[in-house]
Each structure stands twice: as C-alpha cells, then as structure tokens.
Design a binder for this molecule. Structure first.
Ligand code: DHK
Length: 146
C-alpha cells in the first residue's frame, strides 16, 4: 500500500499571497506546500503536491492517482460549483478524499455554496486558512494507517 497523499490545487491558487489577501491570507502556494511537507514528515507519509488551472489536467491527475496514492486533498477552487466532470473523476478515484477551502465559503457568495466535489468527499474543511491542508493531511494519514 502506498503512503503518498495526492494534493491538488485548482485554478488561481498559484496566486495565493497576492490574490485577495483579505480573503485568502498572505501565505503563498509555496508556503502551503512547505506546510504540507513538514506535516507529511511528521506523519510519516509522502506528498505529491500539484496546482493547475486546467480542468482536464486535474481530472487526469485524479484518475492517475487511483490505486497508487493513499488519499486525496482537493481544493477545487473555481471548479467547485461548476464541474460535474471533476466529481465524476473523484468517484472513479475511489479512495478517501478531503475537500479543502481556505476561506469560509459558508458565509461567502451564494454561488459558491454548491459543491459538486463534496458528493465524493469523506470530509470537508473550510475557513481554517492554509492550516486546513495540515488538518486534512493528518486525517488522511490516520486513515491510511488504518
Ligand atoms: C478558492 C477559490 O479560488 C474560490 O474559487 C473558492 C476557494 C474558494 C478557497 O477558499 O480556497 O470559492
């Protein structure tokens, strides 16, 4: 059994740190990766950390992760409320998935409330800032250990 947790970040998350810091904070995507790397080392797992603006690429990564990773952290970002195709890829993935959002979607725009990925997720963390990735990684590591 692999001990690699796949972490996929959706569109515009490459701009963390400069993008609406009042909503997403000042940490960059490199800071998120460093936090995940430290957490992974602490938990004794490996990570495969990625970002893409492409729905096609995200679907491919999810499907390629099937059977060769132990779990998935997904921040679907702007695809959250639009992509049935990503939901279908997540249903194919067939391993534990935690959906993460940096901001508290529950008190943001109405159009952000619908999440297709949630229908395939085991858990969802939102509004904890980038620490949400750490919490998700610790939970997936716990599940991977059985
Ligand atoms: C990130 C985005 O890019 C938005 O499209 C989502 C999410 C919220 C976040 O909070 O991480 O609506």
């Amino acid at each position: 059994m692999t001990d690699t947790i796949l972490i996929i970040n959706g569109p515009n998350l490459d701009m963390l740190g400069t993008r609406q810091p009042e909503v997403y904070g000042h940490d960059t995507l490199a800071d998120v990766e460093a936090l995940c790397q430290r957490t992974a080392e602490d938990e004794g797992v490996a990570i495969d950390f990625r970002q893409s603006d492409s729905e096609t690429e995200i679907m491919s990564w999810i499907k390629q992760g099937r059977g060769v990773t132990a779990g998935l952290i997904l921040n679907p970002a702007g695809f959250t409320s639009t992509s049935i195709a990503i939901l279908d890829a997540l249903l194919i993935y067939d391993l534990p998935i935690i959906e993460v959002h940096i901001s508290p979607l529950f008190r943001r725009d109405e159009f952000r409330q619908l999440s297709y990925p949630s229908k395939a997720a085991s858990a969802k963390i939102e509004g904890c800032g980038i620490r949400g990735y750490e919490f998700a990684l610790r939970k997936l590591a716990e599940w991977a250990r059985g």
